[in-house]
Design a protein around this ligand. Structure first.
Ligand SMILES: Nc1ncnc2c1ncn2[C@@H]1O[C@H](COP(=O)(O)OP(=O)(O)O)[C@@H](O)[C@H]1O
Ligand SMILES: [Mg+2]
Length: 389
């Protein structure tokens, strides 16, 4: 087992102008399970493949254990990798597929059998050892592919979107399965996915990447509760956080932010705690998660505003409500929509609230909704960084 450290790691592909990965600094602890997440093309696979040694590093250093591995070939890095398109040997049994890497390494029979027994137990494949891959389900095949990678007891285990080919239900069960296996083996693991739900449910820590740059690396609950910038705020969480351009104002009674010409009050204790005073009269970006919008507002409720209900989606366990709050919501990670909005073509983008299934919101209705004002998120309008001193 080993730690992994990336020091200002950079990748510029031949012929490319912009780096695919830019000055990436990251320390992965021995035994840690870290997930790389971000939109398609942000550099996740490139970062992983540099750790694996499958891509040449064009700047910076990659350290595994106590060795700088920049010039060490993949086979000597003591890593194992599982891709989206793994292939098992169709003519071999599960047992032979599992022990294949050990057999070619010349490991003797007794040791082989013991390792197969052990890894099969961990991966719950014991009953299936004599089957051929064609006699397995998608999830079972995926477990064999993982077993074949892990049987060598690598110091670092790398996975690149390994569940993408599985159907949605199986993905959910494999998520917890992989987390369990990782915990049991304690192997340092880097897992790449574009799916933020997958990222949030699996990793000890999650690294969010965008356009080759590290946005934030933190435990899932920190990403959710204290996103470090506007990108992370809009990328993590579903439905996405409502974000809008606003202004912070203060008068004798306290401060407020604007939403479509209405005032959402900000408790003075909150404003003081995060140092909002410095932004008085200035543009800021404000966010509120759909979970922190409530349908029980009265005229006197603090932080409540009038909106027009547009859509009610009854999902059984909850009601997702889309409403017009008189201002366009900012869209993160949706290039098509962003372009349309820049050209003034998109209609107002709705705000979203997540209400209880008993909510009586109805489309077309004028309604007062209440923001949980302690749950507002504030970002510097220029840098996009969280305002939180
Ligand atoms: N072999 C390559 N040659 C040139 N550009 C590449 C190569 N592989 C990836 N890229 C580019 O590098 C960027 C990051 O790609 P990648 O790491 O595959 O992203 P992700 O895995 O996050 O979807 C993209 O712009 C992609 O087009
Ligand atoms: Mg990729």
């Amino acid at each position: 087992m080993a730690s992994v450290e990336l020091k200002k790691v950079q990748k510029v592909y031949d012929g490319a102008v912009d780096p695919a990965v830019n000055d990436l600094d990251l320390e992965i602890e021995d035994g840690e399970f870290i997930v790389f997440v971000g939109p398609s093309g942000c550099g996740k696979s490139t970062a992983l493949r540099m750790i694996a040694g499958l891509e040449q590093i064009t700047g910076g250093e990659c350290v595994i254990g106590d060795r700088v591995v920049n010039d060490i070939p993949p086979k000597d890095r003591d890593i194992a990798m599982v891709f989206q398109n793994y292939a098992l040997y169709p003519h071999m049994t599960v047992a032979r597929n599992l022990d294949y890497p050990l057999r070619i390494a010349g490991v003797e029979k007794a040791e082989l059998d013991e390792r197969v027994t052990q890894i099969a137990r961990t991966l719950q494949l014991t009953e299936l050892l004599e089957r051929k891959p064609s006699q397995l389900s998608g999830g079972q095949r995926q477990r064999v592919a993982m077993g074949r990678a892990l049987i060598r007891r690598p110091a670092v285990f790398l996975m690149d979107e390994p569940l993408s080919n599985l159907d949605a239900k199986l993905r959910v069960s494999m998520r917890s399965e992989i987390a369990r296996i990782q915990e049991e083996l304690g192997v340092t693991t880097v897992y790449v996915t574009h799916d933020q739900v997958e990222a949030m449910t699996m990793g000890d820590r999650v690294m969010v990447l965008n356009a080759g740059k590290l946005q934030q690396v933190a435990p899932p609950e920190v990403l959710y509760n204290k996103p470090g910038n506007v990108f992370v705020a809009g990328f993590i969480g579903s439905p996405a956080m409502n974000l809008w351009q606003s202004k912070y104002s203060i008068d004798g009674d306290g401060g407020w932010v604007e939403l479509g010409g209405q005032q959402v009050s900000v408790p003075s204790a909150t404003a003081e705690r995060i140092g909002l005073g410095a932004y008085a009269g200035k543009d800021i970006t404000v966010g509120i998660r759909p979970d922190d919008v409530h349908d029980d507002a009265t005229d006197e409720s603090s932080g409540s505003v009038n909106v027009t209900v547009k859509v009610r989606e009854a999902l059984g366990s909850e009601v997702i409500c889309h409403f017009d709050a008189g201002v366009s919501r900012m869209i993160i990670d949706d290039p098509d929509l962003e372009e349309m909005m820049a050209e003034g073509m998109a209609p107002d983008i709705d705000f979203v609230g997540r209400f209880s299934p008993e909510s009586d919101v109805q489309p077309g209705e004028e309604r007062r909704v209440r923001f949980d004002v302690n749950k507002l998120h504030f970002f510097d309008a220029e840098s996009g960084l969280r305002i939180d001193t």
